[in-house]
Design a protein around this ligand. Structure first.
Ligand SMILES: Nc1ncnc2c1ncn2[C@@H]1O[C@H](COP(=O)(O)OP(=O)(O)O)[C@@H](O)[C@H]1O
Ligand SMILES: [Mg+2]
Length: 274
């Protein structure tokens, strides 16, 4: 028996065979305690989505094992039940059903599992929790991108999952809405006690989480706890494009700076000036 919420053991996923095989996950050994809030970062194509899909039993490993909430995912008796009750998913695009209201969308995962009255009560509670109590009757296209993503998060929480898996949930949002979504995930991690794994490219996510995993070529190449925000900013800078250009003496760094990097530098300088 283990108390871990997530454990992957020599987890490997290979697409194709021979010379052209792609090692999307290459011997990933990961342990996550219940209640942790983990960010997964790394360049496009490094295996972040593949890892998330394995943790949610949306896909099967080529080799190795995945355990979630004490269950070996290769031996699940009822995969649908696991997907509906143990994990909740939030994707980059919200996937809300366009003809259902915000409230009804949140009820969908509870259909057939929770009675009608209780279902509505819980959906209203979740809508309040994500700050959209006033928008219950709105259709998705009557909500902003950030609001739709809030509804998607409420929907992911419908069956009180032990694990919430979010794949670039802020990827399609402007930076203000993105920051709000991350803050919301942090609140839900604390108030609901849900373990959250969030894939993101946004360096600010590190400020909101407790632990950052960095992947490269299908492997976890860095795994550290977020402690001091200033230390975190410095670490982010070290790994950023700007960090790369700063290390390259032939480059003129400031021309290549992204808005995120600029924000980090500004925060750092303000902190350093006291
Ligand atoms: N269904 C698939 N068939 C073949 N290759 C795939 C498939 N899904 C993902 N890959 C490859 O696996 C690698 C990891 O992909 P992915 O997990 O989506 O990366 P990330 O989410 O970090 O951008 C990439 O090289 C990608 O092209
Ligand atoms: Mg991805």
């Amino acid at each position: 028996m283990t108390d871990l919420l997530i454990e992957s053991i020599h987890l490997t996923k290979t697409y194709g065979v021979g010379e052209t095989a792609i090692h999307a996950l290459d011997d990933v050994n990961l342990q996550v305690q219940p209640g942790e809030f983990v960010a997964i970062m790394g360049p496009s194509g490094c295996g972040k989505s593949t890892l998330l899909n394995m943790l949610g039993a949306l896909d099967q490993p080529t080799a190795g094992e995945v355990w979630v909430a004490g269950e070996n995912l290769a031996r699940l008796k009822n995969v649908d039940n696991f997907r509906a009750n143990t994990v909740g998913f939030v994707f980059q695009l919200h996937n809300l059903l366009p003809t259902l209201t915000a409230l009804e969308n949140i009820e969908v995962p509870m259909q057939g599992r929770v009675g009608g009255r209780e279902r509505q009560r819980r959906a209203r509670h979740l809508l309040d929790l994500v700050g959209l109590g006033e928008r219950a009757g709105h259709l998705p296209n009557q909500l902003s991108g950030g609001q739709r993503q809030r509804v998607a998060i409420a929907r992911a929480l419908a069956n009180s999952p032990k694990l919430v898996l979010a794949d670039e949930p802020t990827g399609a949002l402007d930076s203000q809405s993105g920051a709000e979504i991350l803050a919301l995930l942090g609140e839900l991690n604390r108030s609901e006690g849900a373990t959250i794994a969030v894939v993101t490219h946004d360096p600010r996510v590190a400020q909101a989480t407790q632990r950052v995993l960095r992947m490269q070529d299908g492997r976890i190449v860095e795994d550290h706890r977020v402690d001091d925000p200033l230390a975190e900013d410095l670490r982010m800078l070290a790994f950023s494009k700007l960090g790369d250009t700063i290390l390259d003496p032939d480059d003129a760094p400031l021309e290549d700076m992204t808005p995120e990097e600029e924000a980090i530098l500004r925060r750092m300088i303000l902190r350093l000036r006291g």
